[in-house]
Structures are given as C-alpha cells and as structure tokens.
Design a protein around this ligand. Structure first.
Ligand code: AMP
Length: 479
C-alpha cells in the first residue's frame, strides 16, 4: 500500500463526485478528477520524464489545484516531492537544485540549470494523453515522500526529508484533534510550498474527505468574500492582523465557521482579544516546524490558553530540558528521520537518546500547555538574567517611529552580554537613541532595557526572510 496516496485519495473514493478543490474563480476539481489526474501525472512522470522511486521532483510554481494532483502523483510513484518557495531568486533556486539534484523541475519560467523543466499546465496538458490507471508503488511508513528546505539562519539550507509515515500520522492526528469531517470546507490561503499550507492545510482537508477553497494568495478582502462558504480557516498571525483591519470582519460573516487556527510565528495577545471580540471566535494557536509537522495544539473546545501553543498532540512527546524555560525537544511518528545528504546532522540535531532538538525555548505549565519564549541560539544572558529577544522586539516594534527591530546580546565585561537593540526607523523618521531608552524603561524591567540602540537602514535577512542575528552579532561586536 502507498500510505500518502491511500490517505489522501481514500476518503474521496467513497464520494467521488464531491468537490475536493474549488478555486475563487469558479473552477473545481472533484475527488474523482483528483484521483484520475494524479494517475495520469504519475504515468507521465514515469514514462516521459523517467521519474522513478526515490527521485526528486522540484516544484516552484504559483498555487493551483493541479499542484496537489502532482504531489499525489509523486507519492504514488514513490518519488520525493520538493516544493520550493516561489520568491527565491534564481541564484538561491540554483543552489537548492544543486543540492536536491531533481529529475524534473516544475516551474513556469526558464532558469539556467541542467535539470529538465516543464510548467505545471504543460505537464497537465501532456498528462491528459496518459492512462488514468496507475499501480501505486508500495510506500510504507519509512519511505521518503517529501523534502522541504528549512529556513535556518546559519549556514546553508537543510533539506528535511519527510516520510510517508511522518505526513500521514500528523494529518490523521490533526483531523482528530481539530474534528475534521467531510462536512468541512477549508478556506485555503497559505502557500503550498511550505509545510503549513501543504501538509497541514491541504492534507487535513483531503484526508478527511472535506472540500477546500483554494486562494492563489492571501488577500484579506478576498477571504471575507469567501469565508461564508467555509468552516475552517488556517493562517499565520499576519493574516489575522490584516483581517482585523477589514471593517467587514464581524460575527455575521463568520457565523458558519467552526475553527480558526494560527501558527508558524508567535501571535500577540491583543490579536487574540480583538479577534474574539469582533467575531466571537477564538484563534486556536498551534506549534510546529518543517522537520516535525505539528507538535502541539490548543484544544478546540473553548478551553484554550492564550499565550500558549497548547498541549502535545496525541502520540507526540515533548520535553523541556536544561531548566525552565528550557530547550523544547520532541519525539514521535511526526519527526523526520534524517536530512538530505547530511548524515552528520543526525548527531547535532538530535539528542543521544533520539529526541529532536527544536531550537525553541519554552515552558510547560501544570496542565501540559507549552509556552514558547524564543529561539535557543538567540537567548541573551545578561548579569545572570535570561532575556528573550522576541519579547523585547514585540515591545520595541510598537514604539513610535520604529519599523522593526532585532535584539541581540553583545559581549560585555560587566554583564557577560549586553542587551542591544538594532532598530530600523519608519520612512522619513529620525529616531533618537535616548528617547528609545526612555520608552524602553517605561515598558520593560530594568535588566531587559537595551544598553544600546543601534539604528540601521535595514536588517540582514536570509532567503526565507528571517533576520540573520549571527551576522548582526559579528558586525557589532567590534563596532
Ligand atoms: P518553519 O520550519 O518555517 O515552519 O519554522 C518553525 C519555527 O516557527 C518554529 O521552530 C518556531 O520557532 C516557529 N513557530 C511555529 N509555530 C509557532 C507558534 N505558534 N508560536 C511561536 N513560534 C512558532
């Protein structure tokens, strides 16, 4: 049996005429269409593009329903699906292609690389000539299904190799915890190249035989235009902030909804509060990462705790080591076994007793709810006190004239590390260091107040847009 294909197509086979995926512009793909097209694509990939079990298929394509059929086709072949962020530059894409050495690149525009390339619509067109019948390659729990490059802020990107078992166990557990049924309609606004949109959003919907409304991009107004036809929405905190900026967001428009979830980044308490006030709905915050899928979720029965990311999912174990707050480690069927081409990472990214080190720092309360306080490598210890940069950044970003900030620790004879804030001003605003200190003093405990504010024109960022703190630390240590 092929775990991913059976899980994603199985429920729809009992109701083949049901719409699996609808688009905002009125197209729809029924479960039978998805089943057939994935079979045709599997045949095409094998016969014409010589994609075989274990081969990589890189996909860097604007979001469309056919990508899900392509993803399932790869699973049916036993090939490894490698989605790439569509905003990578050609230089970045080439580096990842060199690493993944795929048999095929599915992308619209030309790129200088020796991987054969085809665009998704061309592929679908060719696939229509193929038989819909395909005998799935047997893929059990340990067979690789996908590889996603993580957005680590140091060194080169790592390819997280996820197995059929990782993906299937996680979406089945989420279906239970979030109560997915065939009666649900997921309003899908997340990208399909990231674990959140693909393995959480799309996989939960398909594996429970539900329907999806696929939006090409997130657009707050368009979400409001579609939300009355949906029952579930998944987002990142920014989506909710933008939705709150829409006057049309009210109780009436979301009255058919049963679940809003958020993750991938921390959500501010004020966002939770404003959303609950405007819509009558809680936002269920959950926590996960590329290497592990979803690790924890708040409950959906109204007993959630704002400020936490909920409890470990059934079958998933978490522990916090080295103090409280301490390092969050995870073990379970959702956790990747290895990174692509990097066997040495097994020793550095896992503990000796086999737990995956998330790199996040957190606290678990008496009820088992996890609160994330930051990333381990960014923790600052100043005069013996732990300072979590994220907490400070969230405060500093609210100061008048501040566009964004990054808080780092710099070596200091007195304090060990001195809390330092690197700040970017809003356009045409002149920031004054002394004034920033005054504002910080009024909202932060003394030991957290940055010893210095350094004003820069922009923050250095990696390919995924995460701030490169190691670079900032190097730059300002001697400056
Ligand atoms: P990625 O692998 O790109 O999904 O990034 C995973 C990282 O995002 C985690 O290690 C956390 O640092 C962060 N993250 C994910 N969900 C949350 C959340 N609900 N709250 C705070 N941080 C989160």
């Amino acid at each position: 049996m092929n775990l991913v294909a059976t899980t994603l197509l199985g429920p729809g086979r009992t109701n083949p005429s049901k719409v699996a995926i609808a688009t905002v512009d009125g197209r729809h793909m029924r479960y039978a269409d998805l089943d057939r097209l994935s079979g045709q694509l599997a045949n095409l990939l094998v016969h014409r593009y010589h994609v075989n079990e274990g081969d990589r298929v890189a996909v860097q394509s604007p979001k469309c329903p056919e990508l899900l059929a392509l993803n399932i086709a790869c699973a049916r072949i036993g090939a490894i699906y490698v989605p790439l962020n569509t905003s990578y530059t050609d230089r970045e894409t080439r580096l990842l292609l060199d690493d993944a050495s795929p048999s095929l690149l599915v992308r619209e525009t030309l790129i200088e690389h020796d991987t054969p390339r085809v665009d998704v619509h061309g592929l679908v067109h060719q696939a229509h000539e193929e038989s819909t019948h395909f005998v799935d390659v047997t893929c059990g729990e340990n067979a690789p299904a996908a590889m996603l490059f993580t957005s680590g802020t140091t060194g080169r990107a790592k390819g997280a190799l996820l197995t059929h078992g990782n993906l299937v166990s996680n979406c089945q557990t989420l279906n239970e915890v979030w109560g997915f049924t065939p009666h649900d309609t997921l309003l899908h606004a997340l990208p399909l190249f990231h674990t959140h949109g693909l393995f959480v959003g799309a996989y939960c919907a398909l594996s429970s035989g539900a329907s999806m409304i696929l939006m090409e991009n997130f657009d707050a107004r368009e979400v409001l235009g579609q939300v009355s036809s949906a029952t579930v929405f998944m987002g990142v905190p920014t989506y909710y902030v933008r939705l709150l900026a829409e006057p049309g967001l009210d109780r009436e428009i979301v009255k058919g909804m049963r679940l809003f979830t958020s993750g991938s980044a921390p959500m501010l308490r004020v966002t939770h509060e404003q959303f609950a006030e405007r819509t009558g709905h809680d936002i269920v915050e959950r926590y996960g990462m590329t290497e592990t899928g979803i690790i924890t979720s708040n409950p959906i029965d109204g007993t959630l705790k704002v400020g936490t990311v909920g409890r470990a999912l059934p079958g998933v174990n978490i522990r916090v080591t080295g103090g409280s707050p301490g390092d969050i480690e995870v073990k379970g069927p959702n956790v990747l076994g290895e990174y692509w081409n990097r066997p040495e990472l097994r020793a550095t990214e896992f503990t000796a007793d086999g737990w995956f080190k998330t790199g996040d720092v957190g606290v678990v309360d008496d009820d088992g709810f996890l609160e994330i306080v930051g990333r381990a490598k960014d923790l600052i210890i100043t005069g013996g006190y732990n300072v979590y940069p994220k907490e400070l950044e969230m405060v500093i970003d609210t100061f008048a004239g501040v566009l964004e900030s990054a808080v780092i620790g710099l070596p200091d004879a007195d304090f060990g590390e001195a809390v330092t804030a690197v700040v970017v001003a809003q356009a045409d605003v002149h920031l004054d260091e002394a004034q920033l200190v005054v504002m910080a003093r009024s909202s932060l405990a003394n030991f957290k107040v940055p010893k210095r504010f350094i004003i820069v024109t922009e923050l250095p960022r990696n390919a995924m847009g995460k701030v490169e703190k190691a670079r900032l630390r190097r730059e300002f240590t001697h400056g």
